[in-house]
Ligand binder design. Structure first.
Ligand code: GLY
Length: 420
């Protein structure tokens, strides 16, 4: 292992005072920790020899009839965007990804949360090992997702195991994210692919956390100033009067809007569930970092919209709030986990925060039930079942996703802290 890759070997000492919390927890929370620990340990040993790879999901397939029914469109819409069905022998098997995939930080982050929740030292060692795998990602420049990738992994490493070798990695990544900020447009560019002039997706709100952290680490306000400007521009252009949001807004060079579209939702005007989750999470974190009430108001308005528009009785959203509701309409447990985690944090800031806490607790109990929480040793070693990655691409429909697991554990952590 390279010298500068060594994360704090004494992280166990840093958390030595942190007792395992299971005994103090409600039974359903203890059960969730138990399952999560078991699954993550198995996943960790399964992936041990897969250098440069991370677990992402399980392969799923689709039929065109099903996609057409869910999208309420005709099949020609899919021609450019549809992924090929995986070969039969791959269905239900592990879909691993490269460290350069947007989801690569979530498995290390899951291990860090599990370490924080249980104090289990084996998990700490695994968290260090998988975080180190992402070291080359600090050089990546072609995507906004470096915020997700490095802050969920190295960011949690720094929080739980403060060590000066981690900071330069995060600052280098933040510099690459900051380089994607265009001050004329007032936003960070999300993607370098596609036909858009300057695409910005609502998901990008999540990457701002790295920029706020970089300002604190370096003392240079430029990162947080860019984050604030991005959040304000996004507030102006991404949201509809009812506080639902578009997925993609693309800009012209002068900052005017080129297009408002979807990429992973049902249609341009629909409310893609995970996107609504990214929005409430993003504005809640902006309020945490700035204490500017415009961000709190935005988070509250989006949260109230979600509570109106998320219709299933168990509060685990359909993949899109506007999807036709049929027996087989897929849920998105990842959106549920993101919303629950955001709502727990928001409950500490909003004047009537209790309602967000209660709502998030209901989501968490649903996700911790047999309907969504894996049986130990099943579900391909992932923790949650029933998420949807991108239905319009025919990709990852009704399957486990590594980011559902990450935000579920984060929500459990926030819940446990609030209950103390
Ligand atoms: N950030 C990509 C997604 O939410 O699917």
């Amino acid at each position: 292992m390279k010298k500068n890759l060594i994360l704090c070997a004494v992280a166990g000492l840093a958390l030595a005072a942190c007792q395992p919390e299971e005994k103090k927890q409600e039974a359903w929370v203890s059960h969730a920790f138990d399952v999560a620990l078991h699954q993550a340990k198995e996943m960790s040993s399964l992936m041990a020899d897969s250098a440069g790879r991370m677990p992402r999901s399980l392969y799923t397939g689709y039929t065109m009839d099903f996609l057409v029914e869910q999208m309420e469109c005709d099949s020609t819409v899919f021609i450019d965007s549809l992924l090929a069905n995986p070969p039969k022998e791959k269905l239900g098997k592990l879909r691993a990804c490269s460290i350069y995939d947007w989801t690569s930080g979530f498995f290390p982050g899951t291990l860090w949360y599990l370490y924080e929740l249980t104090g289990n030292d084996t998990i700490r060692q695994e968290a260090v090992r998988y975080t180190n795998r992402l070291y080359p990602v600090r050089k990546m420049t072609n995507n906004h997702d470096i915020g997700f990738m490095m802050y969920c992994s190295y960011g949690n490493a720094l929080r739980l195991s403060p060590n000066d070798t981690i900071k330069p990695v995060l600052v280098e990544t933040a510099d690459n994210l900051y380089a994607r900020f265009n001050s004329r447009i007032g936003c960070i560019r999300s993607w370098d692919f596609g036909l858009w002039n300057y695409p910005v997706i609502i998901d990008n709100m999540m990457n701002l956390e790295l920029l706020f952290a970089a300002s604190k680490m370096t003392g240079d306000p430029k990162y947080s100033q860019a984050a604030v400007q991005h959040a304000k521009t996004t507030m102006k252009n991404h949201f509809r009067p009812d506080y639902t949001c578009w997925h993609v807004v693309s800009y012209n060079a002068d900052g005017s809007v080129e297009k408002k579209q979807t990429h992973q939702g049902k249609n341009d005007g629909s409310s893609w569930s995970r996107g609504q989750g990214w929005a409430v999470y993003g504005y809640t974190l902006c309020y945490r970092e700035t204490k500017d009430s415009i961000f709190l108001n935005q988070a509250v308005n989006v949260a109230d919209m979600i509570m109106k528009r998320n219709t299933p009785a168990d509060l685990v959203p359909y993949w899109d709030f506007d999807a036709p509701v049929k027996g087989d309409t897929p849920r998105d447990a990842s959106a549920a986990a993101v919303i629950a985690s955001a709502f727990f944090e928001l409950s500490g800031y909003a004047p009537d925060g209790q309602k967000y806490f209660d709502y998030a607790e209901r989501i968490l109990k649903s996700l911790s039930s047999d309907a969504y929480l894996a049986e130990k040793g099943k579900n391909g070693h992932f923790i949650l079942m029933h998420s949807t990655g991108s239905l319009p691409h025919g990709s990852e429909i009704d399957t486990p996703l590594n980011y559902a697991d990450y935000y579920y554990l984060e929500a459990l952590k926030r819940y446990s802290d609030l209950k103390k």
